[in-house]
Design a protein around this ligand. Structure first.
Ligand code: FMN
Length: 323
């Protein structure tokens, strides 16, 4: 399945692993890239030293392309971080929460592509103007920080706005080959998937995260400012409900992040052995596709299943009715 995305990234399949903070660490990224998809480290929860180590671990395990995702809006030395990403041998830098205008030239001088996460058409136009090489159109269905426009209307409108100049990748609520086929039908060049990849043996996650995912139905998530101060889709629990009922207690980003850490409910980046996790209060960022997650599947099998199912769906659509 060749698209503009597979061409520009130099990969076999138009399936990108989302750079999920706390989840997309070296084992998962390596597994996806080795399977012919595109793995992306979620470095927003790592700290610089850990990020450098994770990049080195991926590079040592495979010579396939991979990327690193950071949140532009987080306080920190973005230029210094991107220099580390370039030195480590990643081929793509992905920026969430804002256009990373200050590092686009730096990346391009080192043949590193720049990707921007977009929740609105205007974000995609600004990413294009800043020189980004592709955009991810992420609908509100997505787990993690998210906007208000759904994937179905967002993707074709971003395709119309910037798709004649740069590839557009669809994200938010996509969890199998039907979603990939639908994304291609909407004019996207591939998919960027998060939630489905959390339920893999290779994904990092604090205690209870994968189990909670398997238990949750499609209506088990909510958009809440409780954990960072910005709108984040997470599994609904007692902590999110408290702030639904007491919105006056919310602090603006990133103050609420400090609050949720003080309250002992934010451990993204921790492993299974992180102590004192209360699943009824913990931050478990999750998208609306969660109801379809019923079992852990190795990441490489997921990539293969998604592509095979998409090919079957597209072949079926190409046949005349009743034929
Ligand atoms: C646990 C989790 C952590 C996330 N962390 C980040 C992040 O650090 N940076 C980012 O750009 N997006 C982040 N996201 C959003 C994903 O990149 C992606 O857009 C989203 O997962 C796609 O929707 P889906 O979850 O329905 O597949 C996160 C999502 C999840 C579920």
């Amino acid at each position: 399945m060749k698209t503009r995305l597979t061409e520009i990234l130099g990969v076999e399949h138009p399936v990108m692993l989302a750079g999920m903070g706390g989840v997309s660490y070296a084992p998962l990224v390596t597994a996806v890239s080795k399977a012919g998809g595109f793995g992306c480290l979620g470095a927003s929860t790592m700290g610089d030293q850990r990020m450098v180590e994770e990049i080195a671990e991926v590079r040592a395990a495979t010579d396939k392309p991979f990327g690193v995702d950071l949140l532009t809006a987080m306080p920190g030395d973005l230029v210094g971080q991107v220099e580390k990403i370039i030195r480590g041998g990643a081929t793509v830098f992905v920026a969430g929460l804002g256009v990373p205008a200050e590092v686009v030239d730096l990346c391009h001088r080192h043949d590193v592509l720049v990707v921007n996460m977009c929740g609105k058409v205007d974000h995609a136009r600004r990413a294009l103007d800043a020189g980004c090489d592709l955009v991810v159109a992420q609908g509100t269905e997505a787990g993690g920080h998210t906007g208000m426009v759904a994937t179905m209307p967002l993707v074709p409108q971003i395709v119309d706005a910037v798709g004649s100049q740069i590839p557009v990748v669809a994200a938010g609520g996509i969890f199998d080959g039907r979603g990939l086929a639908a994304a291609l039908a909407l004019g996207a060049d591939g998919v960027w998937m998060g939630t489905r990849f959390i339920a893999t043996p290779e994904a990092r996650g604090v205690a209870g995260f994968k189990d909670a995912l398997i238990r949750a139905g499609e209506d088990g998530t909510t958009i809440s400012r409780a954990f960072s101060g910005k709108t984040m889709r997470v599994l609904r629990n007692r902590y999110t409900t408290f702030f639904d009922e007491h919105p006056g207690e919310l602090r603006p980003f990133p103050g609420q992040l400090a609050r949720s850490m003080e309250d002992g409910v934010f451990h993204l980046g921790g492993g299974e052995d992180t102590p004192d996790i209360d699943p009824e209060r913990e931050c478990y960022p999750t998208g609306q596709g969660v109801g379809a997650v019923q079992t852990l599947i190795p990441a490489s099998s997921l990539v293969t299943q998604i592509v095979e199912q998409a090919e079957q769906v597209l072949a079926g659509l190409a046949r005349p009715a009743g034929g």
